[in-house]
Design a protein around this ligand. Structure first.
Ligand SMILES: Cc1cc2nc3c(=O)[nH]c(=O)nc-3n(C[C@H](O)[C@H](O)[C@H](O)COP(=O)(O)O)c2cc1C
Length: 306
């Protein structure tokens, strides 16, 4: 006779925020949530990260911005966004109705930019701030703040002083020692860490004999980076005691389970959602199926077991 199994519990506590499940749409791949409505109801998500927001509006980079690779995607968007003031005034009131956690992803060019932008957005009704010190596609700032532990600590400490919401710091896989940066951010007051942002890569147009992207390099994401992201998620989550949100190439419920086994409190899905808009919805269903099949009652039973 079939055993009567209870439905697995997907609820996650992230810095005091109760998420319905661990699946969060990643910054820059989900707009502000409204684009997904024709495909599924965004309220099913654990949460979503907004496109990277900056103090002032940014037009983004010129030239080619996206190019597929055999197992991934390269992008050089350059943080195109309407600026924090317009986001808080025009967009946030519309997307609050989704009833899921809204995480404001914040970018900047200078220390002052980061502090002012995080303070401004944290006064609004967003649930959390994700500090992007790992964008490889901007000429000034961005990743420069995320590759050196001392510089990363300085920006986190400064932002933390005035940020009114939990602060999650998004780390760069391009740092020579991501664990050292993670530890420095934790010590400087980060409430959570997310990783990884894209890996810096190069694409060459051999016919034109020049780089495909105007900025020369661009960020690689998608399935190609998953093993690296998993390894870094495990290394970082073993080194810190704050929650770690893992991402990089997640496409299925079993991929999500792997990141949780590597120590992630929750996961983010980026590129796979650009390939198929309903990916996050499917991942939630697949994760539930996996847990039922494996007789896992809650995520804490598998978190960090690797
Ligand atoms: C088109 C595109 C735009 C992105 N924009 C941002 C951004 O604005 N801020 C940010 O922190 N990360 C941004 N990212 C990085 C993703 O949030 C994520 O860290 C990365 O793509 C790895 O996850 P994935 O392999 O699931 O896509 C972007 C990625 C892509 C593909």
């Amino acid at each position: 006779m079939e055993e009567n199994k209870t439905t697995p519990n997907l609820v996650v506590d992230l810095c005091g925020l109760s998420l319905k499940n661990p699946v969060i749409a990643a910054s820059g791949t989900f707009g502000f949530g409204e684009e997904i409505e024709p495909f599924y109801d965004p309220s099913i998500l654990g949460g979503f990260c907004t496109k990277g927001l900056t103090r002032r509006p940014r037009p983004g980079n010129s030239g080619i911005r996206l190019q597929e690779t055999r197992a991934g995607l390269m992008n050089s968007i350059g943080l195109q966004n309407p600026g924090i003031e317009a986001f808080v005034r025009d967009i946030l009131p519309r997307i609050r109705r989704f009833g899921t956690a809204i995480i404001a992803n914040v970018g900047g060019e200078t220390m002052e930019d980061y502090v002012a932008a995080c303070y401004e957005v944290s006064k609004s009704s967003v649930d959390m701030v994700e500090l992007n010190i790992s964008c490889p596609n901007v000429k000034h700032g961005g990743m420069a703040f995320g590759i050196d532990p001392d510089v990363a600590a300085k920006v986190v400490r400064s932002v933390k002083r005035s940020c009114r919401k939990p602060l999650m710091v998004k780390l760069s896989p391009n740092a020579p020692d991501i664990v050292a940066v993670a530890r420095a951010c934790e010590k400087a007051g980060a409430d959570a860490l997310s990783l990884i942002n894209t890996i810096s890569g190069l694409a060459i147009d051999v016919h034109a004999r020049r780089p495909v992207f105007a900025n020369v390099t661009a960020g690689l994401s998608g399935p190609a980076i998953k093993p690296i992201a998993l390894r870094m998620t495990r290394d970082v989550s073993k080194a810190v005691s704050i929650p770690v949100v893992g991402m990089g190439g997640i496409e299925t419920g079993e991929d999500a389970a792997a990141f949780i086994m590597a120590g992630a409190a929750a996961i983010q899905v980026g590129t796979a959602g650009l390939v198929r808009p309903d990916t996050c919805q499917r991942i939630i269903a697949e994760l539930l199926e996996f847990m039922s099949r494996e007789d896992i009652g809650s995520l804490s039973e598998i978190r960090g077991i690797i």
